[in-house]
Design a protein around this ligand. Structure first.
Ligand code: BES
Ligand code: MN
Ligand code: ZN
Length: 501
């Protein structure tokens, strides 16, 4: 697939099937030169429509016009696409608008030209536009036997007012990231009978092999021998072996900063003995989205080559009930030496992550840790599906992560980690309990549990992506299913750490 950013192209010279025109509300359509030119192709239908709909331009408001072959040799359709008011057009919305264009271009369309109002600087936003468009172009129907005729998309032309020297280089980087996001969404969408822990190991190994990354894959037996008994306790009910994957990208040598990414990789979360209700279960195949995002981000990072070291560490297992499974009330001991009382086997994410956090600190002494996990339903209650929840310390590092999200169109919202939450996860018999004794603040008490496994002075952010990793229904800008949430944030963060924060 090609992406070309072109400056000063004449409409008559466009060689695309579909032209998407981004529109801000309040545009004086009749005096807008670009609109008038396109209107020509529609024989005046477009301006007639706009004069009757003066307020046109709300976010994702859309109207298509079919173009007669007599009017243009290539362009068959023009789509006016509302972008909402310019004041509210943050990177999240801009990425969404681009995704809408990618999703609604028509299934068999091979080439699209995308034109934006002059107020939007294409040169500044090129990565967002490319990644957004390709996000929208994602199709998840790969287990349908009658897939139908589907043509590969070939060319995106972005019409720009300004030429910028390095723009093509930035397009290429965006294509790398978009490709990794697609791979992440593909694996997260895979059902749990296919995307087993072993399948995710192969996914990681493939990335490691093609990017020449160091990779270690610890088996369940090794995880037990190493003393990661909290992690291992989650796998006991499953017939599938647990794996703990550790990958390393060394872009900075021993002096440079090291970022550790720890991803939750529960390939199916039934809840275990504390079993979930049926209607909440089928989509729990997505409970490995954190691990998948870390692997995907690692792939993109190792292609973009920032001067930082990046460690990815992901526990991969299923959480199932059986005669061998962990039971509520069980007490287990981890690599840190701490003991945990498992009050609820459905709070398994924090269990596998606790030992992974201890492992990366003991073995790599990272400067920064970000863990990524579909950890709690509570974060969905707090934020809906509009933002990822963030907690951690120190405040400066949390803000750095939030900033990386803002730059790439991902919303991340901080929740507090008050001392008092610690009271709620006390155990009468072990060092800590995996469930809060209170009703509220479920996302925060889960993060508080993780914090207990983070050394003093360690910079650490926990991203709860239970709210953003999955789209429950088909949206005009995103197919139902996995979203690839947090990949762009993690890549951006790694790039920013190279520059130093
Ligand atoms: N994987 C779930 C969290 C989840 C919920 C992910 C919704 C995606 C969407 C997690 O393991 C879980 O079961 N959490 C429990 C915790 C509770 C038992 C304290 C929850 O949120 O209900
Ligand atoms: Mn669970
Ligand atoms: Zn889970």
């Amino acid at each position: 697939m090609r992406v070309n950013v072109l400056k000063g192209v004449k409409l008559s010279d466009l060689k695309c099937e579909v032209l998407v025109v981004g529109v801000l509300p309040g545009t004086k359509f009749a005096s807008d030169k670009a609109i008038r030119e396109v209107d020509e192709l529609t024989d005046g239908a477009m301006l007639r429509y706009l004069s009757k709909n003066e307020k046109f331009g709300k976010t994702l408001e859309v109207v298509p016009f079919h173009i007669s072959p007599k009017k243009h040799k290539f362009v068959e359709k023009v789509i006016l696409l509302g972008m909402g008011s310019f004041d509210n057009l943050d990177n999240y919305k801009l990425r969404q608008v681009a995704a809408y264009a990618g999703k609604n271009k028509g299934k068999d369309t091979k080439s699209v030209a995308f034109s934006l109002p002059a107020a939007v600087s294409v040169a500044d936003k090129i990565e967002l536009l490319v990644i957004g468009f390709l996000d929208g172009n994602f199709d998840s129907g790969h287990h349908k036997t009658k897939q139908g005729h589907h043509l590969e998309f070939e060319e995106l032309v972005i019409l720009s007012d300004k030429a910028s020297g390095d723009i093509q280089k930035r397009v290429d980087r965006a294509l790398i990231i978009a490709d990794s996001i697609h791979k992440v969404r593909e694996v997260v969408n895979q059902p749990a009978n296919i995307a087993t822990p072993e399948y995710l190991v192969s996914f990681a190994k493939k990335i490691a092999a093609s990017e020449q990354l160091k990779i270690q894959v610890f088996s369940e037996k090794q995880v037990n021998e190493m003393g990661m008994g909290i992690m291992a306790s989650v796998a006991k009910g499953s017939d599938q072996d647990l794996y703990f994957v550790v990958m390393r990208y060394l872009g900075a040598g021993s002096a440079g900063p090291t970022l550790a990414l720890v991803g939750k990789g529960i390939t199916f979360d039934s809840g275990g003995i504390s079993i979930k209700p049926g209607e909440q279960m089928d989509w729990m195949k997505m409970d490995m989205a954190g691990a998948a995002s870390c692997f995907g981000a690692m792939e993109a990072i190792s292609k973009l080559k920032p001067k930082v070291n990046v460690i990815v560490a992901c526990p991969l297992t299923e959480n199932l009930p059986s005669g061998k499974a962990s039971k509520p009330g069980d007490v287990v001991k981890g690599l840190s030496g701490k003991t945990v009382e498992i009050i609820n086997t459905d709070a398994e994410g924090r269990l596998v992550l606790s030992d992974a956090l201890t492992y990366v600190q003991k073995n790599f002494k990272p400067d920064y840790i970000v863990d990524v996990a579909t950890l709690t339903g509570a974060v969905v209650v707090a934020l809906g599906n509009l933002a990822t929840g963030a907690m951690g310390r120190p405040q400066e590092f949390i803000e750095e992560v939030i900033k990386a999200g803002e730059a790439t169109g991902e919303r991340i919202w901080q929740l507090p980690l008050y001392d008092e939450y610690k009271e709620l996860i006390k155990s009468y018999i072990a060092d800590i309990a995996n469930l809060s004794s209170g009703k509220g603040a479920g996302a925060q008490t889960a993060a508080k549990f993780l914090e207990d496994f983070v050394d003093r002075g360690q910079k650490w952010v926990h991203l709860d992506i239970a709210s953003t990793a999955w789209e429950e229904s088909d949206k005009p800008y995103c197919a139902k299913g996995a979203t690839g949430s947090s990949v762009t944030t993690l890549v951006e963060l790694a790039m920013n750490l190279e520059r130093g924060i």
